[in-house]
Ligand binder design. Sequence first.
Ligand SMILES: N[C@@H](CCC(=O)N[C@@H](CS)C(=O)NCC(=O)O)C(=O)O
Length: 213
Amino acid sequence: MTLVLHAMQRSANCYKVRLLLAHLGLPFVLKDVDILRGDTRTPTFLAMNPLGRVPVVQLGATTVLVESNAILMYLGEGTDFVPYDKVERAVMMQWLFFEQNAHHPSIGEARFWMSLVPGGRELKRDLIDDWMERAEAALSRMETQLATTPYIAGHRLTLADLALYANTHLAHEADLDLALFPAVRDWTGRIAALPGHVGMDWRPAPLQAAGAP
Ligand SMILES: N[C@@H](CCC(=O)N[C@@H](CS)C(=O)NCC(=O)O)C(=O)O
């Protein structure tokens, strides 16, 4: 059965999965989920992911994967995006955990509420200063690394670059200025220039139904 990705187009956690699928040239069916409309709260969706979050990948009638970075690992294993060397792989994992523990909870949350949710700035005004402070700390950490290596986990492209690119290249949507982080800004340019790169708006061509001409 063809892989099915349940995703919201403007979600960075969903974009990183589409981006890897595009790089790998893997066919998939994209099913749109609008979290603002409550699509992740329906009984059908909650049966797939009781946490009510996208992305969700269906691999067959009974196999479902959630957590964007776990999905990246499932898709990336055995490709050039996952280092074979154990230490290099662990360093990549460090950055994947950083993305989930420090980067997404600050830049991702700020971007979501400041740019995607109507009235979100007002609703979350008590949290925004803290998000911004932690977002700047996360970008500073990346700046230090990217000032010395071309990719976030070292000298080669890994899943961690795709995972971190997703929110970082849209930092302006959280009022963050990448001009203050020139190594990070240059790295976003390198990632966007990679062969096979697709932007956040990219969608796969609809797949023909089985048996269709
Ligand atoms: N750690 C999860 C986070 C997923 C997540 O927070 N998804 C957001 C969209 S970016 C979502 O579905 N939010 C809906 C909700 O929390 O109700 C992952 O990386 O997949």
